[in-house]
Write a protein that binds this ligand. Sequence first.
Ligand code: FVH
Length: 291
Amino acid sequence: MEENTSGLTLLGLGAMGTALAHAWLAAGHRLTVWNRTPGRAKQLVGRGARIAPSAAEAVAANRLVVTCLLDDASVGETLDGADLAGRDLVNLTTGTPAQARARAAWAAERGARFLDGGIMAVPPMIGVQEAGAFILYSGSRDLFDEHRDTLAVPAHPVYVGEDAGYAALHDVALLSAMTGMFAGIAHAFALLRREKGISPKEFAPMLAGWLTAMTSSAYGTADQLESGDYTRNVTSNLAMMVEGNATMLRTAEEQGVSAELLTPFMTLMERRLADGYGDEDTTGVIDLILR
Ligand code: FVH
């Protein structure tokens, strides 16, 4: 396959890879695709995509090569045997920071520039500018700057640093915060689950509004961490919050709900209070979990 300089190659046509392909094709980009299971690529031919017979030939077709595969191991498997010299490799496969750093070194040994990406979106948000999706990037700044317009097509690109591990680290930090929020949502609905007089659909806007209002606490935590003063601008102190925990635990008991989603965090709050930090809020918990 002949190399072209303005097109791009996409390896991986799962749910996310297919959404990326549609976005680039809709924006008029020349796209070469490859997928392990070839049938998944066929639907894109009618939209103008070129199907490469092998991953190596797909890599040879364009300077810019994007991978969106299951995991880091599948990236290694797919690119094994491809000539990466002179390529700009952008890996949108979710992985850990250490995997991203190792993949960056691996790409450099093969003569490629490397950018790791963390997609903060689900497939239907890709290519929909108003959906609020963004993609975190870290690694080669030159690669990012040169391909910024192309990278901006699926979702807003956010560059977070030369350290190739930073995109994955930001990604996982955001997903971890989301996981805690999902735990809270699950517990809240469980409390109401057996109440005939409370409709989940009526409660949902109240819950979403409350969580939205509470997210500004992230700024307060950041300010305390950067100043080193965990008592700065405290509005609800730990001593008061631990008292409130008792009410939450009693209510869970009354409603026949296990408190297992809440207790890990509450236990840490109690430990911090017992250590004498009742005039802080919950920022000190961060120090307790650092190993
Ligand atoms: N889908 C989502 O909501 C999330 C949103 C945030 C980012 N993730 C990450 O994106 C990567 C790809 O996710 P996906 O949704 O496209 O995943 P699948 O639909 O499961 O497709 C997986 C593709 O990977 C290919 N593949 C798997 N193993 C291998 C292998 N050993 N060698 C070559 N290719 C492999 C698979 O091929 P096939 O099964 O069709 O042959 C698919 O193309 C992922 O890192 C998410 O965490 C998505």
